[in-house]
Write a protein that binds this ligand. Structure first.
Ligand code: CA
Length: 233
């Protein structure tokens, strides 16, 4: 099954939202629409979209306030935000980008331009796609052939453990919370509990074996980290 990128449109003008949604749908995206900050927050709490199109002028909280809040939240901070606005001057542009927006489109915009911007932020934010070769110390993972080796010995991993390891290897030395791992590895399925992460980390450790398993550290109270600095003890 092909993954259709989801786009959350936060826009109070229904005519504009509809126009955007139709164009996105025709171009292989899955749009959802929120018409104010409250429903946008609800959407985001339920499922993380791949991209957010965020209108600046909204009833209640402004798009700028929302962008700042979503950027400050570890769960949503990596979701690309494109600000939509009638305000086109330099100061507003800077304020939008300062608030954490990845890009900025002034209304009126062409749908062609909008699609190009959406694709561009998706390309920039796609490190989680499994492809290519990653290696840390003696541990190597090949996304093209789905092979993992440690000291050139082939390891057997299940598909989730493979994705989990790939994500951790792409972000070495960084502690990842269970919530972050759920978002990045499981794709933010709301029905999966954080305990599930622990189960798969345990399986991954077992699959890695005694030596390589030591690279996968538990950081108490926070989450997990893959490190090249293996303890000598
Ligand atoms: Ca508006």
């Amino acid at each position: 099954m092909r993954h259709l990128p989801s786009v959350l449109i936060v826009e109070d003008e229904s005519a504009i939202a509809e126009l955007i949604a139709v164009n996105l749908r025709h171009n292989g995206f899955r749009p959802t629409w929120a018409m104010d900050s409250e429903s946008a927050q609800r959407e985001l709490d339920a499922v993380l979209p791949d991209v957010i199109l965020l209108d600046w002028m909204l009833p209640g909280e402004s798009g700028l306030v929302l962008a700042k809040r979503w950027r400050a939240n570890p769960r949503s901070k990596a979701v690309p935000i494109i600000m939509l606005t009638a305000r086109g001057d330099e100061a507003d542009r800077v304020a939008g980008l300062d608030a954490g927006a990845d890009d900025y489109i002034a209304k009126p915009f062409s749908t062609k331009e909008l699609l190009a911007r959406v694709r561009a932020v998706l390309r920039r934010r796609a490190p989680e796609q499994v492809a290519g070769l990653v290696s840390i110390g003696a541990l190597a993972l090949d996304g093209a052939t789905y092979r993992v080796t440690f000291n050139d010995q082939l390891l057997k991993l299940g598909p989730i453990e493979f994705k989990l390891l790939h994500y951790l290897m792409c972000h070495p030395e960084h502690v990842q919370s269970r919530g972050q791992l759920l978002d990045k590895v499981w794709g933010d399925h709301v029905f999966i509990e954080e305990r599930t992460v622990d189960v798969h980390v345990k399986r991954l450790r077992e699959a890695l074996g005694l030596e390589a398993g030591k690279m996968l550290e538990t950081v108490r109270g926070i989450g997990y980290r893959l490190t090249a600095q293996m303890p000598t003890a």
